[in-house]
Design a protein around this ligand. Structure first.
Ligand SMILES: Cc1cc2nc3c(=O)[nH]c(=O)nc-3n(C[C@H](O)[C@H](O)[C@H](O)COP(=O)(O)OP(=O)(O)OC[C@H]3O[C@@H](n4cnc5c(N)ncnc54)[C@H](O)[C@@H]3O)c2cc1C
Length: 390
């Protein structure tokens, strides 16, 4: 049990239920999903039927409308499965792509996309990054030109998680030219919901170091005609929507990383207590025991940081600094922890088939996805440097 002032008995009961659902779903099949490169439809349906794809979403679309800490628990448990690709696929669907639809409150889009996504019948992807623009959104060049009651979309999106399987994409597009290069280049951006079956869309799977079951793809939009009603919010409000959504995205990445580290520590503890050496067990040696003590302490501190950011977010604030700190600290700690855990598990951990080698690969993705560590540091530095010490 994770003791915290933020977690009630109800959260812990929920954790017990979710852990059982995820263990039954993921542990027997996770390796085959990694080989297939994506999650099967049946997995999405199980998650939908269990009510796990709409924990934050409103009741009007079948969501559970639970408090944020219910989602924090869910994300920790997603991470605790030890399958980063699974955790990424589900969190992109449930907290990143569909988040923008839930905020837009468009009845037609609710009916056609959001409600089926909550039921696990339709899979969502978020397509922002392009071959020529990642961390710097002002460089996005995918256009959506108005044409009667449609937009015509042209451009290429890269690193799209769930890209190989998604039924719809939330796509960042330019509905009008940027005001300027540099920061003003973020004007004219909009978000559009695009049916993945529309003519003119091609999807190319890409092979990645980790997150192998996340269905990562490059998606090309070549003159795709999208109904004007698929625009989320006002034309040109895309950057504003993304800046809000990215805070949640960072919090989600941080909470899921906590669970990944729980798995990593638990596996390493088991290894050290079972592995016989030097007349006892490895856990009896002071060096590994102290290493575990340090890692457990770092993880406990990281959890407080993430819970604090989540608590601020739940108060209705948009705690950009705390979300960035939480994402930066947890995702980097997850890399250090995975590396230490692999060392502690010796050659058994180095085998390609070991859980820790997968966790090690997967940890690397999270310091880049949802904004690289350097961008998090920029955001934190800006806030710290402009705020006088109290
Ligand atoms: C596994 C994975 C899954 C992803 N899933 C999605 C998805 O579903 N949808 C989507 O749209 N995108 C996705 N992305 C893309 C992700 O959001 C981008 O990788 C990220 O925004 C960084 O963009 P980039 O990779 O193009 O790096 P670039 O912008 O080319 O930057 C390269 C490197 O330069 C450094 N850098 C960048 N900016 C700064 C700065 N301001 N100061 C100092 N150094 C800097 C960083 O080290 C950075 O890693 C995913 C990425 C990964 C790795």
């Amino acid at each position: 049990m994770t003791r915290s002032v933020h977690l009630t008995e109800r959260h812990e009961e929920f954790r017990t239920r979710v852990r059982a659902v995820l263990e039954a779903l993921v542990l027997p099949a996770g390796e085959s999903w990694e080989r297939d490169g994506a999650l099967p439809r049946t997995a999405w349906k199980v998650l939908g039927d269990e009510g796990l794809l709409g924990l934050l979403h409103p009741r009007r679309v079948g969501g559970a409308e639970q408090d944020l800490f219910t989602s924090v628990v869910f994300l920790e448990e997603l991470g605790r499965t030890g399958f980063g690709g699974f955790r990424a696929a589900v969190s992109v669907h449930a907290y990143m792509a569909t988040h923008y639809l839930a905020r837009a409150r468009e009845p037609g889009l609710d009916r056609d996309w959001l409600a089926p996504a909550v039921r696990g019948e339709r899979v969502a992807a978020l397509a922002i990054t392009e071959p020529g623009a990642g961390a710097d959104l002002s460089g996005l060049v995918t256009t959506a030109a108005p044409d009667g009651d449609h937009f015509v979309v042209r451009g290429v999106k890269s690193m799209v998680s769930n890209g190989t399987t998604a039924d719809f994409h939330v796509v960042a597009v330019r509905t009008s030219p940027p005001a300027d290069s540099g920061p003003r280049g973020t004007t004219g951006l909009s978000l559009l919901v695009v049916d993945a079956r529309l003519p003119g869309i091609t999807t190319e799977p890409v092979t990645t170091l980790g997150w192998r079951s996340a269905g990562t793809a490059t998606v090309t939009y070549d003159g795709v005609r999208v109904p004007a009603g698929c625009l989320l919010g006002r034309p040109g409000s895309g950057f504003y929507q993304l800046m809000r959504g990215l805070q949640l995205e960072r919090l989600v990445a941080a909470a899921a990383a906590l669970g990944g580290m729980d798995r990593c520590l638990e596996d390493t503890r088991r290894f050290l207590t079972e592995r016989r050496a030097f007349g006892g067990h490895l856990a009896d040696l002071q060096a590994p025991a102290h290493r575990i003590a340090d890692l457990a302490t770092d993880l406990a501190a990281a959890r407080q940081l993430v819970y604090h950011a989540a608590w601020l977010y739940a108060q209705g604030e948009l705690p950009a600094t705390e979300c960035s700190m939480a994402k930066l600290h947890t995702t980097e700690l997850a890399c250090r922890l995975a590396d230490a855990a692999l060392q502690l598990q010796g050659s058994a951990g180095y085998l390609d088939s070991s859980a820790i080698s997968r966790i090690h690969r997967d940890a690397r993705a999270a310091t880049i996805a949802a904004g690289p560590s350097e961008v998090m540091r920029d955001l934190v530095a800006r806030s710290v440097l402009r705020t006088p010490a109290s």
